[in-house]
Ligand binder design. Structure first.
Ligand SMILES: [Zn+2]
Length: 241
């Protein structure tokens, strides 16, 4: 499934496909004959690099987008790092700003959507995808420094990791040593995220849920039972739209 939005620029003169991240936006330049499926696939393959670039540019852009009018708040709180946040939607240059202190997630959606009702399906869809994209970028950012830290303690090193949206799992590990994490982990308290990371790292040694596996998890995450219980208790309420 595709998740990174991109702008496609076609050109007759091009012979190759080029990916670029500019102004926190993915731009694909491609010859006319290259089909969209090929491009989607390329985006998928390069998603780790692209999300990293996007996140760098989003955090380094120091010009705050202008909040024009039609501000509105979503009625349901959104959990970020285990803390309930309010979501405020504005129209302006597309971006997402996290105000930790105010417990606020400010979502800017493109001006052209200002014509729609704030509770219309199209606006809801835009807000939903902006949150999802932000979850992916910030989770990727967090994991790219947290996994190496936990690998150092556990001496378990994954070959790579990726962040996706999954419906029914928090993480996974395949037999090539590649880890996957659910972007919805962004909603969980960090101590629970740590458990999920350690759990997947331990699968690099034991590809099962044997006693030995759980002993290894406990060794590096002594409170794993609390985290498991937390997940069991909260899983159902962790929806955000
Ligand atoms: Zn497992």
């Amino acid at each position: 499934m595709m998740y990174l939005e991109y702008q496609l620029v076609r050109s007759n003169r091009r012979k190759t496909v080029a990916l670029q991240v500019k102004n926190a936006q993915v731009i694909v330049r491609a010859p006319d004959y290259v089909d969209v499926e090929y491009i989607d696939n390329l985006i998928r393959l390069k998603s780790a690099w692209l999300t990293k670039k996007l996140s760098q540019q989003q955090s380094s852009s120091n010009v705050p987008p202008q909040c024009l009018n039609n501000n509105f708040s979503c009625d349901k709180p959104l959990y970020i790092d285990g803390v309930a946040h309010n979501v405020v939607v504005c129209f302006g240059r597309q971006s997402v700003i996290h105000d930790k202190k105010e417990k606020l997630l400010r979502i800017f959606i493109a001006l052209k959507y200002r014509q729609y009702e704030t509770n219309s399906a199209i606006i809801n869809e835009k807000v939903k995808s902006a949150i999802e994209q932000w979850f992916k970028v910030s989770m990727y950012d967090y994991l790219s420094h947290r996994i190496p830290m936990l690998s150092e303690t556990t001496l378990l090193h994954a070959k790579s990791f990726k962040v996706r949206k999954y419906k029914a799992r928090w993480g996974s590990c395949n037999n090539r040593g590649e880890l996957s994490f659910n972007c919805l982990l962004k909603m969980l308290p960090l101590w629970v995220v740590d458990y999920v990371i350690v759990h997947e790292l331990c699968h690099l040694k034991h590809m099962n849920h044997s006693t030995k596996f759980w002993q290894l998890v406990e060794q590096y995450n002594p409170q794993f039972k609390l985290a498991k219980a937390w997940l069991k208790q909260n899983q159902a309420s962790l929806s955000w739209h």
